[in-house]
Design a protein around this ligand. Structure first.
Ligand code: XUL
Ligand code: CO
Length: 435
């Protein structure tokens, strides 16, 4: 029996369609920039938002209608949710999904019981994946919801809590491996502090690195070949989270000799909270050859928290896809809709409108980004802006074949430099010509 009986399989009908249950822009088989859209995006649905987010906010309880969910913490309820979820991603034509262990399977306050439940649920998910040809983009352990993690997991002051978190990670990695997951993510929700008055930051960071090294070592013993990611976010729920932005994450990975094993999973709204644009965060990561995957959403300009809205801003999706194309496309990663409906959008059908909108917005962004790259004027402008480095004094500085004294002689001989305009407004106009 279908759980979304009134909703058809979502298909591409083109920009003229007035059908709210159709893609207007996302045409999975259309080739853009050398790959089908399906391959360019590697869209994933987030299990936690689709199945487990009741749409509560800090001032009010859940509103989402989930007629299939008996609200119990039982394995049976978890198994049923998996069926609902697979009907959803099938109808949406989304190939991948992502989960936290405790979204798919209950926390039973006893590790061996929780693990046994996880085993049963992942048996079922494996069957559903095979039946419907779906894949796991990444798995992760939820080390922030249970009260035991209220003071952190890898950075908890308690070694026993660290150990519990590590054991939970072991089970989540086993489950990811079992489901053929292409990645494994660490988002340090409470890996930070509420006040420095009670915090030994150095020790906590050493412990967090130790946890990641334990996971890397364990991956070798089970032959897990998936990509590890860390996901930056500066705050919320902690006052300060150690993985605050791309630059902080890269510094941490380098300091603790983890660069070979990790890439970043960047989320748009986390970039905003860090006071950066997503373009900035992606540029920092790509320049370090460390962009792995993207949690696709957008924030609100007026609300100060992580609103995790579905991405609809074409300017934003264009800039994201320009960077994705620049790095040569996703390999292990993809675009995971870490996004939730507004609290008012409580109908199951709103899940469809939300994902359709996000996928169409990215399809437009991809087409625009590909056209801008094809046109070449933007890249030519940037190349030309730096051309003084290609020969003469610039080339000598870049190749480190000139001394400070020789540079001084050069300046004495050549005099005051002339600058060319940065032409920001002209370039903004150029982008708008394509949008
Ligand atoms: C929270 C967040 C997480 C991670 C996975 O802001 O983004 O859901 O993506 O733990
Ligand atoms: Co996220």
């Amino acid at each position: 029996m279908p759980f979304f009986p009134d909703i058809p399989k979502i298909q591409f009908e083109g920009p003229k369609s007035k059908n709210p249950f159709a893609f207007k822009q996302y045409n999975p088989d259309e080739v853009i920039a050398g790959k089908s859209m399906r391959e360019q995006f590697r869209f994933a649905a987030a299990y936690w938002h689709v199945m487990r987010n009741g749409l509560a906010d800090p001032f009010g309880g859940p509103t989402a209608l989930m007629p299939w969910d008996d609200q119990s913490n039982s394995v049976d309820n978890a198994l049923k949710r998996a069926d609902v979820f697979f009907e959803f991603i099938n109808k949406m034509d989304i190939d991948y999904y992502c989960w936290h262990d405790r979204d798919i399977s209950p926390e039973l306050n006893d590790l061996s019981k929780s693990n046994a439940a996880l085993e049963k649920v992942t048996d079922h998910l494996l069957g559903l994946q095979k039946e419907h040809g779906k894949k796991l983009l990444w798995g992760t352990a939820c080390l922030f919801a249970h009260p035991r993690y209220s003071q952190g997991a890898g950075t908890s002051p308690s070694a026993e809590v660290f150990a519990y978190g590590a054991a939970q990670i072991k089970a989540a990695m086993d489950a990811t491996m079992k489901l053929g997951g292409e990645g494994y993510t660490f988002w340090g929700g409470r890996e930070g502090y509420s006040t420095l008055l009670n915090t030994d930051m150095k020790r906590e960071l050493d412990h967090l690195a130790a946890l990641l090294h334990l996971a890397v070592d364990y991956a070798k013993t089970i032959d897990f070949k998936g990509q590890f990611y860390i996901e930056p976010k500066p705050r919320e729920p902690s006052t300060h989270q150690y993985d605050s932005d791309s630059a902080a994450c890269l510094n941490f990975l380098r300091q603790y000799d983890l660069m070979d094993h990790f890439k970043l999973n960047l989320e748009t709204n986390h970039a905003t909270l860090a006071g950066h644009t997503m373009l900035h965060e992606m540029t920092v990561a790509i320049d370090a050859n460390a962009l792995g995957s993207v949690d696709a959403n957008q924030g609100d300009e007026l609300i100060g928290w992580d609103t995790d809205q579905f991405p609809t801003d074409i300017y934003l999706t264009t800039s994201i896809m320009m960077k994705v194309l620049e790095m040569g496309g996703f390999t292990t990663g993809g675009l995971n809709f870490d996004a939730k409906r507004r609290r008012e959008s409580h109908d199951p059908s709103d899940l469809f409108h939300a994902h359709i909108g996000g996928m169409d917005a990215f399809a437009r962004g991809l087409k625009i980004a590909a056209a801008i790259r094809e046109d070449g004027r933007l890249q030519n402008f940037v190349d030309k802006r730096y051309e003084s480095w290609n020969s003469g004094i610039g080339a000598k500085i870049e190749s480190k074949s000139i001394s400070l004294a020789q540079i001084n002689d050069h300046v004495l001989a050549t005099g005051e430099p002339t600058l060319t305009s940065g032409r920001q407004e002209m370039l903004e106009n150029l982008i708008n010509d394509f949008i």
